[in-house]
Design a protein around this ligand. Structure first.
Ligand code: KG4
Ligand code: ZN
Length: 356
């Protein structure tokens, strides 16, 4: 944690994130200093159910947010007076949780007479690589892979996103979580599957690569998940081999679909990955190789900025204020949105993720 004086480093934004199962608060300056941040995971609450229970999530956010705000201010040795704007996730995500964070953000903005910045959670993920890397400029090709989304976006500027691909059924993080459940690895599944895959043979279990080679640059993981279930139920394979083969199939799909997006919309100077699944080393490695082959720069945020956090929400607020320094703030009657596509022009795809 770095404490800097108020006048240095541009404006200071308070970020609040509560769209899924992480309650998070952060203070971020426009010069990219993360002044303070805290994240509380609800893994323990949801683990017995094998996934996030919306009602439990909303209650947990409501219990934790106020003490966490106080703790972050204490960590920074600051008060609300020092903050220049309040950025809160306003969607997409589990509506109860989003409402808790957004209403808190509105109350703070109102009490301190500061602008409210209602942030799209996906925009937080999409811009997070620029928080970590000051030299990353627009445009870039972004693979956004989380528990609720699997999208390829052309990030053209702050607020300008063109969706080039999305999933027609499950998100990749969801497929990781379901694979973990099938293999009895518990929740959240991504890191557990990655660990187990290290001990397995990625060629041992024949699994499909849905939509591979298709001209439509979309993703599909439902068939892969069913094939994992069949492989596990057959009793013929070691769990580690299933995990490794699943991960390899998922990576092959990502690369194939990205190649398709590059052929139709490329070239791009940089390939960027964000969202929880970006923490996966096999995914990162394959993307790095693709970027080298395509003569693109590759960048991924540090692991802590890949999974849900409030620094990325505060940073999206910083980016918006940099674009429009006189912005007076979003309206205080603005509604939380369970669905909020980054590219409103893109056609709705049935089954595409609803979670954050
Ligand atoms: O971005 P995130 O924290 O929350 C959403 O917005 O969904 O992403 C969480 C997702 C979960 O599905 C989790 O299993 C997955 O990211 N994940 C991973 C890894 N770490 C987290 N998937 C694969 N490998 C990982 N190391
Ligand atoms: Zn997320």
């Amino acid at each position: 944690m770095v404490s800097v004086s108020h006048s240095l480093g541009g404006r200071l934004i308070l970020g609040i994130e509560s769209s899924c199962d992480e309650t998070a608060v952060a203070l971020v300056r426009q010069d990219r200093t993360i002044v303070a941040q805290r994240i509380a995971s609800q893994e323990e609450e949801h683990a017995p159910y094998g996934g996030v229970v919306p009602e439990i999530a909303a209650r947990a956010h409501a219990e934790r947010l106020a003490p966490m705000l106080e703790a972050v201010m204490d960590d920074a040795g600051m008060s609300l007076e020092d903050v220049d704007a309040v950025a809160a996730t306003a969607g997409p995500g589990l509506i109860g949780g989003v409402m808790v964070g957004l209403v808190s953000g509105k109350a703070l903005a109102m009490a301190a007479d500061k602008p409210l910045l209602a942030i799209n959670h996906l925009e937080g993920h999409a811009l997070s690589p620029r928080l970590a890397d000051a030299s990353l400029e627009f445009p870039y090709l972004l693979l956004l892979v989380s528990g609720g989304h699997c999208q390829v976006l052309s990030v053209e500027s702050v607020g300008q996103y063109r969706r080039l691909a999305t999933t027609i059924d499950d998100a990749l993080g969801e497929a990781f979580d379901k694979t973990a459940k099938i293999l009895g690895l518990g929740y959240p599944g991504g890191p557990a599957v990655e660990q187990l895959a290290l001990k397995g043979d990625a060629n041992a279990v024949p699994l499909p690569r849905p939509l591979k080679g298709s001209k439509e640059p979309h993703f599909s993981f439902a068939g892969l998940k069913s094939a994992v279930l069949r492989a596990a139920e057959s009793g013929e394979h070691k769990p580690a081999d299933i995990a490794a083969s699943f991960q390899q199939a998922a990576v092959d799909c990502l690369i194939d679909r990205l190649e398709m997006a590059l052929s139709s919309a490329g070239p791009f100077p940089a390939l960027v990955v964000a969202g929880g699944v970006a923490a996966n080393r096999a995914v990162r490695g394959a993307l790095e190789t693709l970027a080298e082959r395509r003569d693109m720069r590759f960048t991924a945020p540090p692991l802590a900025l890949c999974t849900d956090n409030a620094a990325m929400i505060a940073w999206a607020g910083c980016e918006r204020l940099a674009l429009d320094p006189d912005f007076a703030g979003d309206r205080l009657d603005l509604k939380a949105r369970p669905r909020w596509p980054l590219d409103p022009e893109a056609e709705t795809v049935r089954g595409a993720g609803v979670k954050a």
